[in-house]
Design a protein around this ligand. Structure first.
Ligand code: 13P
Ligand code: SF4
Length: 305
């Protein structure tokens, strides 16, 4: 047994003793995904967290995801093994600036991408993830003006797909925003028979070149189900692990340079083991903040069911 295998075995044993469920996002390290009970996209992880009520959750992903798990499962102990694994895009929409934006547009519906802080979610009408953003926006009455935060790229891509005009907050994902149309063009030229699938956090110019722009869960399904043998993958590199496992017959072409989210890579097996041993660090949020942030997340889950 190598050291990763023995660490994983110890983690599984301790998780069993603690009655803990290990949840991991599709972008985390391969060995973290392999030790998890469930690996998924933001929406799938939220649904899974809600199911684990009054248990122990070890959340391997970035801060806003662990917060969402706690908000949806307030009776659970939610361990987030590396507290500083945050999402820079979520931090681009600070609570007070969002409050000012909202106050200046009292007639608007305010939609928050889940990649936002709990304090931001607490101020909005409804949340969305990349898996249901179009559905949520389409469900808002046509005569209601919409403001969307914090991702200007996802917002612009949803506008293009739905024909719905929205006011956009100027945030972005540094990892996906760095994917230039030239990178996609180079991959297309090198692999002319390949389909190109990307994440809707990419620039609209990149999404316009793609065969599909989908959540990480959607991209996995696309790779498994497409008739194409070769697929160019326009998102964070961590997803290739599951794609290779679940679609071993497909030839995958990541973009170059490899898009990497440093925050998604912060949690290691050692961190998970330590969290289970010490039952810390646990996500703690004020009850009233959780109550206010839960309403737009629950609304999203109802609207996307
Ligand atoms: P998904 O909801 O598609 O998994 O995306 C989360 C994310 O952070 C993408 O950068
Ligand atoms: Fe945030 Fe982008 Fe990392 Fe996703 S990939 S967690 S949006 S910084």
């Amino acid at each position: 047994m190598n050291s990763a295998e023995s660490l994983s075995a110890r983690i599984r044993e301790l998780a069993r003793e603690r009655g803990a469920t290990i949840l991991a996002h599709n972008y985390t390290h391969a060995e973290v995904q392999d030790v998890a009970d469930f690996v998924g996209d933001s929406l799938q992880l939220s649904v899974e967290a809600k199911r684990a009520n009054a248990g122990v959750i070890v959340f391997c992903g970035v801060r806003f995801m662990a917060e969402t798990a706690k908000i949806l499962s307030p009776g659970s102990v939610v361990l987030h093994p590396v507290v500083h694994a945050g999402c820079p895009m979520a931090d681009m929409a600070p609570e007070d600036a969002v409050a000012r934006w909202k106050a200046a547009h009292p007639d608007h519906a305010l939609v928050a991408y889940v990649n936002s802080t709990a304090a931001c979610k607490a101020q909005v009408d409804v949340c969305c993830t990349s898996a249901n953003a179009e559905k949520i926006v389409k469900a808002i009455p046509a005569d209601k003006p919409i403001m969307f935060l914090p991702d200007r790229n996802l917002g612009a891509n949803v506008m293009a797909a739905t024909g719905r005009k929205m006011d956009l907050w100027p945030g972005f994902c540094p990892t996906h925003n760095r994917i230039e149309p030239e990178m996609a063009a180079a991959a297309r030229a090198a692999h002319p028979d390949a389909k190109f699938v990307c994440h809707p956090e990419c620039l609209p110019a990149v999404v316009a070149m793609a065969d599909a722009a989908l959540s990480t869960g959607g991209m996995l399904r696309y790779v498994r189900e497409t008739d194409a043998r070769e697929i160019i993958v326009g998102t964070e590199t961590g997803i290739l692990h599951r794609m290779r496992k679940e679609a071993p017959d497909k030839i995958l072409h990541p973009l170059q340079p490899l898009p990497t989210c440093p925050n998604m890579k912060k949690i290691s097996l050692e961190d998970i083991l330590r969290a289970l041993e010490t039952m810390a660090p646990a996500v703690e949020l004020p009850e009233d903040l959780m109550d206010r942030a839960r309403a737009p997340i629950e609304r999203m889950l109802e609207m996307s069911a």
